[in-house]
Design a protein around this ligand. Structure first.
Ligand code: IMP
Ligand code: MG
Length: 205
């Protein structure tokens, strides 16, 4: 497989390739256009959840016509682990006042759903006119929190994925596709991930 970051760094499978991502994001942009026909007079505010959603946000906003505004929030999620602690901290709040506005939360992936649940509660208290959620990925899992996702890119298996903004231990965000890592890398933990590109890992690309 020939893409940046894939030089034997433990990527074992490409789940969603670049052209499939591109096509789906274009569709999501068109669906959003249809939801905000008044965007010239009343531009929706796209709220990207840092850092994972930056790639998706940047492609999605360019797939939209009419006016939009963008803003970002940073919340703490997993630290260096691959599991949600359920503890969410706001590290960066919005620059915009959202009272009376039409808000679109742009998320990279819904896993346990806890981050999104917390974020939606917080934003609703600020009395926006409405809030919709666009998520690129959602994992199929029975025990996830029941959070409303209005537009979804792809439902994926319950596996840890990287690329297109998503990281493991801060790395792999620059992969242009959604990929699955060698489980041995995940087990080894974040510290080893940085040093150990298992060049001989079976099936790595
Ligand atoms: P949740 O609170 O469990 O839904 O997870 C929310 C955040 O954890 C996402 O916005 C991602 O930033 C991160 N996350 C969850 N699953 C993955 C994954 O498979 N790869 C990389 N990051 C993930
Ligand atoms: Mg995220």
């Amino acid at each position: 497989m020939n893409f940046p970051g894939a030089r034997g760094l433990g990527v074992i499978d490409v789940l969603i390739d670049e052209s499939t991502l591109r096509a789906r994001v274009q569709e999501l942009g068109r669906e959003l256009n249809a939801l905000y026909p008044d965007s010239a007079a009343d531009p929706p505010l796209l709220v990207g959840v840092l850092t994972g959603a930056v790639t998706f946000m940047s492609d999605l906003m360019r797939a939209m016509d009419g006016h939009v505004e963008i803003d970002f929030m940073a919340v703490s999620s997993y630290g260096a682990s691959t599991r949600s602690s359920g503890v969410v901290r706001i590290l960066k709040d919005l620059d915009h006042v959202i009272e009376g506005r039409r808000v679109v939360v742009v998320e990279d992936i819904v896993d346990s759903g806890l981050t999104l649940q917390y974020l939606l509660e917080l934003l609703r208290q600020r009395e926006p006119r409405d809030i919709r959620v666009v998520a690129l990925l959602r994992k199929s899992k029975a025990d996830a929190a029941d959070v409303p996702v209005d537009l979804l890119g792809f439902e994926i298996p319950d596996e840890f994925v990287v690329g297109y903004g998503l990281d493991f231990a801060g790395l792999y965000r620059n992969l242009p596709c959604i990929a699955v890592l060698d489980p041995r890398l995940l087990e080894a933990g974040a510290d080893d991930a940085i040093a150990s590109a298992p060049p001989g890992a079976a099936g790595s690309v």
